[in-house]
Design a protein around this ligand. Structure first.
Ligand SMILES: NC(=O)c1ccc[n+]([C@@H]2O[C@H](COP(=O)([O-])OP(=O)(O)OC[C@H]3O[C@@H](n4cnc5c(N)ncnc54)[C@H](O)[C@@H]3O)[C@@H](O)[C@H]2O)c1
Ligand SMILES: [Zn+2]
Ligand SMILES: [Zn+2]
Length: 346
């Protein structure tokens, strides 16, 4: 079968790969009908984590089950399913508690040895371990384009808003209007706040959010704190969702949250360090919520329901749909930020 593999820093190629087979009784083989390139794939594309040449890539995929192992009980061949980007055991203490991203046997698709040597979703077929836990059925009639992101970024937005404790009179500020911010802002609206502000430094990203009806703040053009203060009677945002994952974005988030407010850190951090004056955080009584990796399995049913009832619309974020064979072009477009989201069709 054909699939995307890492070749070198900033180079991927589509190659002939071994057909995946049922290796464990709990496995399913999914024929991928649509895959996507994720912001996290770019970390690997840039060589920030040790992928070996030839390692399969991608963790966002949707498709049709072709085969199931004898211990799979919830799915059968022919079922349309979306795949969770984090592959978990479903039975350890953390999984039982719904904190599936803290699973004792946590693995990730499409990131080589680092993720447990699983295949990648940017391919014609994919082996999904513990299929009963790591697959979700797609409602009849829902297109791939709507359901696909439930396996990753859409549910990440739902999770970020879900742990933010948004109240009816709250102003929510979402820092970052990339795909995660796009979904976090829509998900925040479902909690019925007074207003959702979206902050970014790219006019094109903000223009998309404006089209969806959000009030936007370009942090290149305006001081973020004064802009948010102006929108909130001088108080600051009740809830801030940081959906970037960089020190400047963290600083912005800290500046725009009101005292007694909540700051959800949804963007990903690895080795970054910041100085935090504890007395300031303490006196301002800011509630920090570090999201960690999204426990997809605990939130994806709510996320799928939000797509089904139309309260979250994934379509405006998709800028390009390419054949799988053109994956390398897709990565380049996404890397140059000329694409907001690239889909690949095997
Ligand atoms: N918690 C999780 O499980 C999870 C899941 C998926 C993605 N993520 C993380 O979420 C973050 C966002 O993902 P994405 O795919 O939307 O990324 P992205 O890079 O496509 O989007 C980030 C956006 O932030 C904007 N930005 C950059 N610096 C900024 C600043 N200082 N202030 C305001 N805006 C700024 C960029 O212009 C861009 O629009 C990443 O760190 C990603 O790794 C976390
Ligand atoms: Zn992802
Ligand atoms: Zn587990």
């Amino acid at each position: 079968m054909r699939g995307v593999v890492f070749e070198d820093v900033c180079r991927v190629r589509v190659d002939d790969l071994a057909e995946p087979t049922v290796e464990e009784p709990t496995d399913a083989i999914v024929r991928i009908t649509t895959a996507a390139i994720c912001g996290s794939d770019l970390h690997f594309y840039h060589g920030k984590a040790p992928l070996q040449p030839g390692d399969p890539m991608g963790h966002e995929g949707i498709g049709v089950i072709e085969e199931v192992g004898p211990a799979v009980t919830r799915f059968s061949p022919g079922d349309r399913v979306v795949v969770a980007f984090d592959i978990v055991c479903g039975e350890c203490w953390f999984c039982e508690k719904g904190q599936t991203s803290l699973c004792d046997h946590f693995r990730t698709l499409g990131i080589g040895t680092f993720g447990g040597d699983l295949g990648g979703a940017q391919a014609e077929r994919l082996r999904v371990p513990v299929a009963d836990t790591n697959l979700l059925r797609v409602p009849d009639g829902m297109e791939d384009e709507r359901a696909l992101f439930v396996g990753d970024i859409l549910t990440t937005g739902v999770y970020g808003a879900g742990i933010a404790d948004i109240g009816a009179r709250d102003t929510v500020a979402v820092v970052g209007a990339g795909p995660v911010g796009f979904f976090a802002a829509q998900a925040a609206l479902r909690h019925g706040p007074r207003e959702v502000l979206v902050l970014d430094l790219r006019a094109d990203r903000l223009a998309l959010m404006e089209k969806l009806g959000f009030t936007t703040i370009n942090v290149e053009e305006r001081n973020a704190q004064s802009a948010v203060d102006e929108a909130t009677g001088g108080r600051g945002a009740d809830v801030v969702i940081e959906a970037v994952g960089s020190e400047p974005a963290w600083e912005t988030a800290l500046h725009v949250v009101r005292r007694g407010g909540t700051l959800v850190v949804l963007g990903m951090y690895v080795s970054e360090r910041v100085e935090l004056q504890l007395g300031v955080a303490w006196n301002r009584a800011v509630r920090f919520v570090f999201a960690g990796v999204t426990p997809i399995h605990a939130w994806w049913e709510e996320a799928m329901a939000a797509v089904a009832d139309g309260s979250i619309d994934p379509l405006p974020i998709i800028s390009h749909t390419l054949p799988l064979e053109d994956a390398s072009t897709g990565y380049e477009l996404f890397d140059r930020r000329e694409a907001t989201k690239v889909l690949l069709k095997p």
